[in-house]
Design a protein around this ligand. Structure first.
Ligand SMILES: CC(C)(COP(=O)(O)OP(=O)(O)OC[C@H]1O[C@@H](n2cnc3c(N)ncnc32)[C@H](O)[C@@H]1OP(=O)(O)O)[C@@H](O)C(=O)NCCC(=O)NCCS
Length: 263
């Protein structure tokens, strides 16, 4: 039990870049308070002390703005960032290593007494303000975009956005584009996001290589067809142009250095 509570606190350092030390996390993270007290409330609920559990969760709501029904089942290393406005219903189930941001609702859409709230698999991230409504499963590794409204089952590893939520990234898409998730994506962002300028340059380089190959093939075909290609050659690289580029870079650096020293 103590080990589990320790992990609930330790997880903050992995998922919130702003977390500085244990004292700060213990005293200034409403999400941590709500989760730790929910563990106690859930235990009381299962003992049959339902009113006390409900009252305690109500008091936690006053202090944290986070309403977790004591009947909700929550897995290990659960992290609520910021917290205010979160509602987690009685029959909601949350797997291990899930993260919820402020304003999330794991709610129901019917008055039926049975299972009416969603189940989150392991490693699910639900963005700020998202509503996940109904007794379906959001499978392992899925990410729900901020302010989305999810009304049906979500495939493992998918990213869902919009109202009603639709997929913008599926495991098939990730495999096809060679994207691989590595560990927790802070704020649900893919760790595979690339610098768009670097990506454009890399695509240009690839295109140049393809054109080189194309030219070689073309020349070989011309030679085969008996065309004299002796005089055909690639133009030399314009070294004047390179020197000019180096001069410009040098001048820019000098200007920046003098600006920095003035500042
Ligand atoms: C949904 C999310 C996980 C997607 O991250 P991603 O995989 O890096 O995806 P991208 O940002 O490349 O977006 C993919 C597409 O979805 C759209 N999109 C992303 N988030 C969206 C959202 N919340 N609602 C609607 N559309 C969204 C993008 O515009 C993009 O559309 P396009 O392909 O037509 O341009 C992320 O945007 C998100 O909402 N994370 C939650 C963050 C959060 O709540 N932070 C709170 C911190 S306090």
């Amino acid at each position: 039990m103590f080990q589990q509570l320790k992990k609930d606190i330790a997880v903050v350092f992995d998922r919130d870049p702003a977390a500085r030390n244990w004292f700060e996390v213990l005293t200034a993270y409403p999400g941590v308070h709500a989760v730790l007290l929910h563990r106690l409330n859930h235990w009381l609920w299962n003992l049959g002390l339902k009113w006390i559990a409900r009252m305690m969760s109500h008091i936690v709501r006053w202090f944290t703005g986070i309403e977790i029904h004591p009947g909700a089942k929550i897995g290990r290393r659960f992290f609520i960032d910021h917290g205010m406005g979160i509602v987690i219903g009685e029959t909601a189930e949350i797997g291990d290593d899930c993260t919820l941001y402020q304003g999330v609702t794991l709610g129901g859409t019917s008055w039926n007494k049975g299972k009416r709230h969603p189940t989150l698999g392991n490693d699910v991230v639900v963005g700020a303000g998202a509503k996940v409504l109904g007794p379906f499963t959001v499978h392992e590794g899925a990410r729900i975009g901020s302010n989305s409204v999810v009304l049906k089952e979500v495939e493992a590893g998918s990213t869902m956005v919009g109202i009603p939520a639709h997929p913008v990234g599926s495991p098939e898409h990730k495999r096809a584009t060679g994207q691989v998730d590595e560990g927790f994506d802070a704020y649900g962002q893919s760790s595979d996001n690339v610098d768009p300028v670097a990506e454009a340059i890399s695509q240009l380089c690839q295109r140049v290589q393809e054109m080189d190959q194309f030219n070689k093939t073309l020349l070989a075909k011309l030679v085969d067809a008996g065309v004299d290609v002796k005089d055909v050659k690639m133009p030399d690289i314009d070294t004047d142009c390179i020197e000019l580029g180096q001069q410009v870079t040098k001048t820019n650096n000098t200007v920046k250095e003098s600006d920095d020293s003035k500042a």
